[in-house]
Design a protein around this ligand. Structure first.
Ligand SMILES: Nc1nc2c(c(=O)[nH]1)N=C([C@H](O)[C@H](O)COP(=O)(O)OP(=O)(O)OP(=O)(O)O)CN2
Ligand SMILES: [Zn+2]
Length: 141
């Protein structure tokens, strides 16, 4: 018997947050050199666009990999509730000693989704547009 067709399903959300690039593993001078203007002590903000992609079988009866309404709710819990309108470094415990680069933000959202999704095995990719030009993709590796 042939297997069910599979598809990629993506939902995009936007969130606003501020942060400062700073590493507790670097000296003050190293932080200033590595992160430049992004090490500004009072931080700066972004309107992050976050795209979560699932990959899985298209259920024959429903025609869906997952109901997008359910994916929306799962992204609210794992991403929006914890990061929207927050200071990432001060309001989110994960970033206390982890630099809030977009790479690490993507890893953080990935871990949150894996912990809270009903079917975490469907999670395929998180893509974050930090700015129009700066984009990170994380696939759990
Ligand atoms: N590898 C990474 N490098 C940098 C990150 C990051 O998350 N990962 N983040 C920053 C800063 O936080 C900041 O977002 C960069 O802003 P900026 O340089 O202003 O962004 P743009 O490139 O879009 O702006 P330009 O107009 O093109 O200068 C820095 N590095
Ligand atoms: Zn930034």
């Amino acid at each position: 018997m042939s297997s069910m067709p599979k598809a990629y399903l993506t939902r995009r959300i936007q969130l606003s947050a501020c942060h400062r690039l700073h590493s507790t593993s670097l000296t003050v001078e190293e932080n200033a050199r590595v992160y430049g203007k992004c090490n500004n002590i009072n931080g700066h903000g972004h309107n992050y666009i976050v795209e979560v992609t699932l990959f899985g079988e298209v259920d024959q009866r429903t025609g869906m990999v997952m109901n997008l309404t359910d994916l929306k709710a799962e992204m609210e819990t794992a991403i929006m509730d914890v990061a929207d309108h927050k200071n990432l470094d001060k309001d989110v415990a994960y970033f206390k000693d982890v630099p809030s680069t977009t790479e690490n933000v993507a890893i953080f959202f990935w871990c949150n989704l894996k912990q809270t999704m009903k079917k975490p095995s469907l999670l395929y990719e998180i893509k974050i547009h930090e700015t129009e030009n700066n984009i990170v993709i994380y696939r759990g590796d």
